[in-house]
Design a binder for this molecule. Structure first.
Ligand code: ADP
Ligand code: MG
Length: 200
Protein backbone atom coordinates (compact mmCIF):
# COMPACT_ATOMS: atom_id res chain seq x y z
CA UNK A 1 0.00 0.00 0.00
CA UNK A 2 1.22 3.43 -0.92
CA UNK A 3 0.71 6.54 1.19
CA UNK A 4 -0.42 9.19 -1.31
CA UNK A 5 -1.55 11.99 0.96
CA UNK A 6 -1.08 12.98 4.55
CA UNK A 7 -3.76 15.39 5.65
CA UNK A 8 -4.51 17.05 8.95
CA UNK A 9 -7.08 14.42 9.83
CA UNK A 10 -6.38 11.40 7.71
CA UNK A 11 -3.79 9.43 5.79
CA UNK A 12 -4.78 8.39 2.31
CA UNK A 13 -3.41 5.09 1.01
CA UNK A 14 -3.66 3.68 -2.48
CA UNK A 15 -3.87 -0.08 -2.80
CA UNK A 16 -2.54 -0.65 -6.28
CA UNK A 17 -3.57 -4.29 -6.32
CA UNK A 18 -7.27 -3.51 -6.50
CA UNK A 19 -7.27 0.23 -7.15
CA UNK A 20 -8.84 1.21 -3.90
CA UNK A 21 -8.24 4.14 -1.60
CA UNK A 22 -8.18 3.83 2.15
CA UNK A 23 -8.90 6.98 4.11
CA UNK A 24 -7.56 6.32 7.57
CA UNK A 25 -8.39 8.87 10.26
CA UNK A 26 -5.34 9.29 12.43
CA UNK A 27 -5.22 9.46 16.19
CA UNK A 28 -4.90 12.88 17.73
CA UNK A 29 -2.79 12.44 20.81
CA UNK A 30 -3.84 15.81 22.21
CA UNK A 31 -7.38 14.47 22.60
CA UNK A 32 -8.31 12.02 25.34
CA UNK A 33 -8.33 8.52 23.83
CA UNK A 34 -11.98 7.88 24.46
CA UNK A 35 -13.10 11.15 22.92
CA UNK A 36 -10.67 10.71 20.04
CA UNK A 37 -12.02 7.25 19.24
CA UNK A 38 -15.56 8.52 19.36
CA UNK A 39 -14.83 11.50 17.11
CA UNK A 40 -12.94 9.50 14.52
CA UNK A 41 -15.70 6.92 14.44
CA UNK A 42 -18.51 9.43 14.05
CA UNK A 43 -16.68 11.46 11.39
CA UNK A 44 -15.86 8.30 9.46
CA UNK A 45 -19.47 7.16 9.58
CA UNK A 46 -20.80 10.57 8.66
CA UNK A 47 -18.41 10.93 5.72
CA UNK A 48 -19.25 7.48 4.43
CA UNK A 49 -22.98 8.17 4.67
CA UNK A 50 -22.72 11.51 2.89
CA UNK A 51 -20.62 10.07 0.06
CA UNK A 52 -23.26 7.35 -0.34
CA UNK A 53 -26.08 9.90 -0.37
CA UNK A 54 -24.39 12.06 -2.97
CA UNK A 55 -23.64 8.96 -5.05
CA UNK A 56 -27.30 7.94 -4.95
CA UNK A 57 -28.26 11.39 -6.23
CA UNK A 58 -26.17 10.77 -9.31
CA UNK A 59 -23.24 12.96 -8.28
CA UNK A 60 -19.96 11.37 -9.32
CA UNK A 61 -18.14 10.27 -6.16
CA UNK A 62 -15.96 7.29 -5.33
CA UNK A 63 -18.02 4.20 -4.57
CA UNK A 64 -17.78 3.11 -0.94
CA UNK A 65 -16.52 -0.43 -0.57
CA UNK A 66 -16.49 -0.69 3.21
CA UNK A 67 -16.54 1.44 6.33
CA UNK A 68 -14.81 0.49 9.56
CA UNK A 69 -14.27 2.36 12.83
CA UNK A 70 -11.80 4.84 11.46
CA UNK A 71 -11.31 3.75 7.84
CA UNK A 72 -13.23 4.13 4.63
CA UNK A 73 -12.31 1.96 1.68
CA UNK A 74 -13.47 3.37 -1.63
CA UNK A 75 -12.79 3.33 -5.34
CA UNK A 76 -9.67 5.06 -6.51
CA UNK A 77 -10.50 7.80 -9.01
CA UNK A 78 -7.60 7.99 -11.43
CA UNK A 79 -7.41 11.60 -12.43
CA UNK A 80 -6.07 14.97 -11.47
CA UNK A 81 -7.20 17.41 -8.87
CA UNK A 82 -9.18 20.25 -10.36
CA UNK A 83 -6.66 22.54 -8.74
CA UNK A 84 -4.16 21.37 -11.34
CA UNK A 85 -6.41 21.14 -14.39
CA UNK A 86 -8.38 24.41 -14.33
CA UNK A 87 -7.49 26.81 -17.09
CA UNK A 88 -8.92 29.55 -19.29
CA UNK A 89 -10.19 27.08 -21.85
CA UNK A 90 -12.09 24.73 -19.56
CA UNK A 91 -13.22 27.16 -16.87
CA UNK A 92 -16.73 27.72 -18.20
CA UNK A 93 -17.74 24.10 -18.72
CA UNK A 94 -16.02 22.96 -15.54
CA UNK A 95 -17.65 25.60 -13.36
CA UNK A 96 -21.03 24.89 -14.92
CA UNK A 97 -20.65 21.26 -13.87
CA UNK A 98 -19.58 22.28 -10.38
CA UNK A 99 -22.51 24.67 -10.03
CA UNK A 100 -24.83 21.84 -10.94
CA UNK A 101 -23.20 19.48 -8.45
CA UNK A 102 -23.53 22.01 -5.61
CA UNK A 103 -27.14 22.71 -6.63
CA UNK A 104 -27.95 19.01 -6.37
CA UNK A 105 -26.26 18.77 -2.97
CA UNK A 106 -28.10 21.79 -1.59
CA UNK A 107 -31.47 20.77 -3.06
CA UNK A 108 -31.04 17.64 -0.95
CA UNK A 109 -29.80 19.55 2.10
CA UNK A 110 -26.28 18.17 1.91
CA UNK A 111 -23.62 20.64 3.02
CA UNK A 112 -20.20 19.58 1.76
CA UNK A 113 -18.24 21.76 4.17
CA UNK A 114 -14.96 21.85 2.25
CA UNK A 115 -15.60 22.89 -1.33
CA UNK A 116 -12.15 23.58 -2.73
CA UNK A 117 -10.55 22.65 -6.03
CA UNK A 118 -8.50 19.99 -4.20
CA UNK A 119 -11.66 18.07 -3.43
CA UNK A 120 -12.78 17.71 -7.04
CA UNK A 121 -11.05 15.16 -9.24
CA UNK A 122 -11.18 15.40 -13.00
CA UNK A 123 -11.09 12.08 -14.84
CA UNK A 124 -11.25 12.75 -18.56
CA UNK A 125 -14.44 14.82 -18.99
CA UNK A 126 -15.95 13.73 -15.67
CA UNK A 127 -15.74 15.68 -12.42
CA UNK A 128 -15.83 13.70 -9.17
CA UNK A 129 -16.45 15.15 -5.73
CA UNK A 130 -14.58 13.69 -2.74
CA UNK A 131 -13.86 14.48 0.91
CA UNK A 132 -17.14 14.86 2.77
CA UNK A 133 -15.23 14.80 6.05
CA UNK A 134 -16.59 18.19 7.12
CA UNK A 135 -20.03 17.64 5.64
CA UNK A 136 -23.43 17.65 7.27
CA UNK A 137 -27.14 17.51 6.55
CA UNK A 138 -28.93 20.82 7.01
CA UNK A 139 -31.72 22.93 5.58
CA UNK A 140 -29.99 26.09 6.79
CA UNK A 141 -29.70 28.89 4.23
CA UNK A 142 -26.70 30.24 6.14
CA UNK A 143 -24.83 26.92 5.95
CA UNK A 144 -25.48 26.63 2.23
CA UNK A 145 -24.27 30.18 1.69
CA UNK A 146 -21.14 29.50 3.74
CA UNK A 147 -20.54 26.42 1.57
CA UNK A 148 -20.57 28.66 -1.53
CA UNK A 149 -18.51 31.33 0.16
CA UNK A 150 -15.75 28.88 1.06
CA UNK A 151 -15.60 27.80 -2.56
CA UNK A 152 -15.36 31.42 -3.72
CA UNK A 153 -12.58 32.15 -1.25
CA UNK A 154 -10.69 29.05 -2.33
CA UNK A 155 -11.01 30.09 -5.98
CA UNK A 156 -9.88 33.58 -5.18
CA UNK A 157 -6.72 32.42 -3.46
CA UNK A 158 -5.73 29.62 -5.85
CA UNK A 159 -7.03 30.84 -9.22
CA UNK A 160 -7.40 34.60 -8.87
CA UNK A 161 -7.01 35.14 -12.63
CA UNK A 162 -9.99 32.87 -13.36
CA UNK A 163 -12.07 34.02 -10.41
CA UNK A 164 -14.74 36.13 -12.09
CA UNK A 165 -15.60 33.85 -15.04
CA UNK A 166 -15.48 30.91 -12.62
CA UNK A 167 -17.97 32.42 -10.19
CA UNK A 168 -20.26 33.63 -12.98
CA UNK A 169 -20.53 30.18 -14.58
CA UNK A 170 -20.85 28.43 -11.24
CA UNK A 171 -23.64 30.71 -10.03
CA UNK A 172 -25.56 30.55 -13.30
CA UNK A 173 -25.64 26.75 -13.08
CA UNK A 174 -26.47 26.85 -9.36
CA UNK A 175 -29.45 29.12 -10.04
CA UNK A 176 -30.68 27.02 -12.91
CA UNK A 177 -30.57 23.78 -10.95
CA UNK A 178 -31.66 24.78 -7.45
CA UNK A 179 -35.13 26.13 -6.80
CA UNK A 180 -34.30 27.96 -3.56
CA UNK A 181 -31.02 29.36 -4.85
CA UNK A 182 -32.19 32.96 -4.64
CA UNK A 183 -32.28 33.12 -0.84
CA UNK A 184 -28.92 31.37 -0.57
CA UNK A 185 -27.32 33.81 -3.01
CA UNK A 186 -28.84 36.71 -1.12
CA UNK A 187 -27.28 35.40 2.09
CA UNK A 188 -24.00 34.85 0.28
CA UNK A 189 -23.99 38.55 -0.65
CA UNK A 190 -24.40 39.43 3.06
CA UNK A 191 -21.57 37.08 4.02
CA UNK A 192 -19.31 38.67 1.42
CA UNK A 193 -20.07 42.11 2.87
CA UNK A 194 -19.36 40.85 6.38
CA UNK A 195 -16.04 39.50 5.12
CA UNK A 196 -15.03 42.77 3.51
CA UNK A 197 -15.99 44.64 6.65
CA UNK A 198 -13.89 42.35 8.85
CA UNK A 199 -10.89 42.53 6.50
CA UNK A 200 -10.73 46.33 6.57
N1 ADP B 1 -11.12 8.20 -3.97
C1 ADP B 1 -10.03 8.88 -4.30
N2 ADP B 1 -9.47 8.73 -5.53
C2 ADP B 1 -8.37 9.43 -5.88
N3 ADP B 1 -7.71 10.28 -5.06
C3 ADP B 1 -8.20 10.45 -3.81
C4 ADP B 1 -9.39 9.77 -3.36
N4 ADP B 1 -9.62 10.13 -2.09
C5 ADP B 1 -8.64 11.00 -1.75
N5 ADP B 1 -7.78 11.20 -2.79
C6 ADP B 1 -6.59 12.08 -2.79
O1 ADP B 1 -6.17 12.32 -1.46
C7 ADP B 1 -6.30 13.71 -1.13
C8 ADP B 1 -6.81 13.87 0.30
O2 ADP B 1 -8.05 13.19 0.48
P1 ADP B 1 -9.27 13.89 1.20
O3 ADP B 1 -10.40 12.93 1.28
O4 ADP B 1 -9.52 15.18 0.53
O5 ADP B 1 -8.67 14.08 2.66
P2 ADP B 1 -8.47 15.37 3.59
O6 ADP B 1 -9.64 15.36 4.50
O7 ADP B 1 -7.18 15.09 4.29
O8 ADP B 1 -8.42 16.58 2.70
C9 ADP B 1 -7.25 14.28 -2.18
O9 ADP B 1 -7.03 15.65 -2.41
C10 ADP B 1 -6.91 13.43 -3.39
O10 ADP B 1 -5.77 13.92 -4.04
MG1 MG C 1 -9.52 17.18 1.03
Amino acid sequence: MKLICQGAEANIYLNEKDNTIIKDRIRKTYRITELDNRLRKSRTRSESKLIGKAHNLGILTPKIISTEQDKITMDYIPGKRLKDTLNKENIKTTMTTIGKIIATLHTNNIIHGDLTTSNFIQKEKDIYLIDFGLGSISTSTEKKAVDLHLFEEAMESTHSDLYQPAINSMQAAYKKNYQDSEQVLKRLEQIRKRGRYVKR
